[in-house]
Design a protein around this ligand. Structure first.
Ligand SMILES: *Cc1c(COP(=O)(O)O)cnc(C)c1O
Length: 224
């Protein structure tokens, strides 16, 4: 077994008693590494750049579910709309409208997560809770027929303080639960996914209610 296969088996075993599923974050990694992961049974890959995802999608098996996890510019949505399964990083209504438009052209429905700003760092992308609330409550959202809002995504602070990270996950889960109650009657809102947790904190995230952990270096080794 390759290291990659062993790492995937180990993580899946750890997640087995939780509600979290693994998204293997393959950014910067060569296609051979993705094939090793695929052959180990992992078929959900997360990339953070449009061009890189497109290049890998073109050469890899078509039953792979591609998740975009990085910041997405509106003018690049068209490149991934034919195949992307989920976009974790939606941070505006305008982007959601563009995803809807491109999905319609491809006669598809694309699952989207609203990225929430949960870290105590200025650099991370994401919406404030009240901004996400405003998108969910907007009339414009109800006109979109080719996207499905399926939940929230967040990135915890990059810190060794696990108590802080746990609190950030708790806050995101609590927002997720609040929205679940508040927006349970919209046709294109199907609240089911909470994307949180990376290599350093995926078990913590799974304990706090994550349904999708985004794990890169713990599978493929450190990125250069
Ligand atoms: C790179 C990345 C990850 C994975 O990070 P690791 O620490 O390597 O597991 C998860 N989420 C996002 C948004 C990323 O950009």
């Amino acid at each position: 077994m390759t290291h990659i296969a062993a790492n995937i088996a180990h993580i899946n075993q750890q997640l087995a008693s939780t509600n979290a599923r693994l998204v293997a974050v393959t950014k910067t990694k060569p296609v051979e590494d993705l094939i090793a992961a695929y052959e180990a049974g992992c078929t959900t890959f997360g990339e953070n750049k449009v061009q890189e995802m497109l290049a890998k999608w073109e050469v890899l098996p078509k039953d792979i579910a591609w998740h975009l996890i990085g910041h997405l510019q509106s003018n690049k949505v068209k490149y991934i709309a034919p195949f992307v399964q989920m976009i974790h990083s939606v941070d505006s209504l305008r982007l959601l409208q563009e995803i809807d438009k491109q999905a319609a052209k491809n006669e598809r429905v694309i699952d989207c997560l609203l990225q929430i700003f949960i870290a105590q760092e200025e650099t991370k992308f994401g919406l404030l809770p009240e901004e996400a609330q405003a998108i969910l409550a907007s009339e414009e959202l109800q006109k979109l027929r080719h996207i499905r809002l399926v939940g929230l995504m967040g990135m915890a602070s990059n810190t060794d303080n696990l108590a802080q990270v746990r609190q950030e996950f708790k806050d995101l889960k609590s927002l997720f639960d609040t929205f679940a109650l508040q927006f349970n009657n919209l046709p294109n809102v199907v609240w089911k996914e909470l994307s949180m947790g990376m290599s350093g904190d995926y078990l913590l995230a799974a304990q706090e209610g994550s349904t999708l952990v985004r794990v890169g270096s713990a599978i493929f080794g450190n990125r250069l």
